[in-house]
Design a protein around this ligand. Structure first.
Ligand code: NAD
Ligand code: UGA
Length: 484
């Protein structure tokens, strides 16, 4: 049986020093100076970066916290076995990407890394421990973890498995960790399960009000994480679907979103139309939900969620097509400046960024692209575009400033909502560009009137270029009214 003291000083280990493991443990160490927190990873490069002044990920406020705690009660190490052995509680924050091969390829989660981490823990552990699923996992993964653990544990060693999904968003990770909307702690409703849940609750309760720490069954906690991401992504796809209608009928998606968001039942969040959602999780977690639904013989449910991803892909390619159409359907050898490569502002992460698909579309037409991003390193941009560049059409250059990217360009394309792009000297940019100079804003961040007055031919997501209805749609709408 697990022992739970009133204020124990715990050894906490975290396997996986990525976007979740690193910031989460930094905040635990910051708020719980009496616990010793060790984050381990198999990537020597990543651990070396955590131990340097150049952290491997950019998050506002992260480096200050790491600086305060590192060497005091926060450690980054490649000594996975050492950290496991000393730990009372082990967070599993390894990557759970979409399976690339075999059964379920393209949909199911690849749990190779998670299972490898669990097997390592169980092989090394000489005493009982609590295992905490931090990674986002398919439903009932905790059951598999418990089975692997029970089958391989040394005599007298027991593992309690908890689900404690992470809801931080990149760019605001530190704020989200310090002030979460809620913390879920799923457990098996057994005596030991509830004790383990209480121990983890006590860690979070150091800085989070207890009413926000919600205990529930393991399966509910695992599914709640997938459901939350699916619901958020669904809102973005819904407003993006509306944005396509807005462009066709001359409505403004910003106005429509404000009108809908003012309804207290709908609420204003996640209704900003964009060139599509990106990030490592929305697409992956929806694919996971689709796979689960199909496996449960619920094809209608699977189709419903699949449409959220399909709408997202449609939105990205629709934006590329809008650029192509405006530039007379020919962009071969034309210069296009792309502002923003990260999947959203405030992060250096470009995983599943809509910029990858849009730039790839433009490259396939033979365009020469100059990219600027506020945080994504050029090495990463070239890695993300390697496949598209391999077909030999078009070219990519990464620029130090937006102004360099725009020099002599035929079009300026905004793909990330960095605040810096709102305050650029658009007059100077316009003067340096080929004419007519086009501006495509996939994030609705420019002042439309101002850039129009400067002389740009402006195309903003969810807004028609002209408010008057194109003749084609006048006829279509007249027909639809006749039917009604
Ligand atoms: P990541 O790829 O940034 O980090 C995962 C780390 O785990 C890598 O550094 C990898 O080297 C390490 N790793 C893999 N197998 C290992 C092993 N056996 N032993 C030691 N280290 C190992 O991933 P991430 O973005 O931090 O995401 C981790 C999990 O959290 C995923 O399941 C993801 O869905 C979920 N999640 C991510 C976010 C986010 O904002 N990125 C938010 C909430 C939840
Ligand atoms: C998302 C969730 O918000 C987190 O709660 C969750 O923990 C995380 O996924 C995860 O599981 O990985 P994140 O992907 O970091 O966080 O960022 P979001 O702010 O959710 O944005 C996701 C994408 O949607 C971005 O590309 C963003 O630009 C886009 N978006 C978001 C819109 O296009 N419109 C909106 O109104 C909101």
């Amino acid at each position: 049986m697990l022992r739970v003291d009133r204020e124990p000083s715990l050894n906490i280990a975290c396997v996986g020093a990525g976007y979740v493991g690193g910031p989460t443990c930094a905040v635990i160490a910051h708020k719980c100076a009496h616990h010793r927190v060790t984050v381990v990873d198999i990537s020597e490069e990543r651990i070396a970066a955590w131990n340097s002044d150049e952290l491997p990920i950019y998050e506002a406020g992260l480096s200050d916290i790491v600086k305060e705690c590192k060497g005091r009660n926060l450690f980054f190490s490649t000594d996975v076995d050492g950290a496991i052995n000393e730990a009372d509680i082990i967070f599993l924050a390894v990557n759970t990407p979409t399976k690339a091969n075999g059964v379920g390829a393209g949909f199911a989660s690849d749990l190779t890394y998670l299972e490898a981490a669990v097997r390592r823990v169980v092989k090394v552990a000489r005493r009982s421990k609590i295992l905490v699923e931090k990674s986002t996992v398919p439903c009932r993964t905790a059951e598999s973890i418990a089975q692997v653990a029970a089958a391989n544990a040394r005599p007298g060693v027991h593992f309690q498995v908890l689900s404690n999904p992470e809801f931080l968003a990149e760019g605001t990770a530190i704020h989200d960790l310090l002030h979460p909307d809620r913390i879920l702690i799923g457990c098996m409703p057994t005596e030991d399960g509830l004790k383990a849940q209480e121990l983890l609750t006590n860690i979070y309760a150091k800085w989070i009000p207890r009413k926000k720490i919600i205990g529930m069954h393991l399966w509910s906690s695992e599914l709640a994480k997938l459901a939350a991401n699916a619901l958020l992504a669904q809102r973005v796809s819904s407003i993006n679907a509306i944005s396509a209608i807005c462009e066709a009928v001359g409505a403004d998606v910003g106005e429509v979103a404000t009108a809908c968001g003012q309804d207290s039942r709908i609420g204003p969040h996640f209704l900003t139309a964009s060139v599509g959602f990106g990030g490592s999780c929305f697409r992956k977690d929806i694919l996971n939900l689709v796979y689960l639904s199909n496996a449960l013989k619920l094809p209608q449910v699977a189709k419903y969620w699949e449409q959220v991803n399909l709408m997202n892909e449609y939105q990205q390619h629709r934006f590329s097509k809008r650029i192509l159409a405006a530039l007379f359907n020919t962009i071969s050898d034309k210069h296009i400046a792309v502002l923003g490569f990260a999947f959203k502002k405030g992060t250096s992460d470009s995983r599943e960024s809509p910029a990858i698909n849009v730039v790839s579309d433009l490259l396939s037409e033979g365009a020469n692209i100059r990219i600027h991003d506020c945080k994504v390193p050029s090495k990463q941009i070239f890695r993300d575009l390697a496949c598209s560049l391999a077909n030999g059409r078009g070219s990519v250059e990464v620029c130090e400033t937006p102004y360099q990217a725009a020099m002599n360009a035929h079009a300026l394309v905004i793909l990330t909502d960095w605040a810096d792009y709102q305050t650029l000297d658009y007059k100077a940019i316009y003067c340096s560009m080929s004419k007519p100079a086009y501006l495509f804003d996939g994030r609705s961040i420019v002042d439309e009137q101002e850039v129009r007055q400067i002389g740009f031919d402006v195309h903003i997501i969810g807004r028609a270029r002209e408010r008057s209805l194109p003749r084609l749609y006048q006829n279509v709408l007249a027909d639809s009214r006749a039917v009604v």
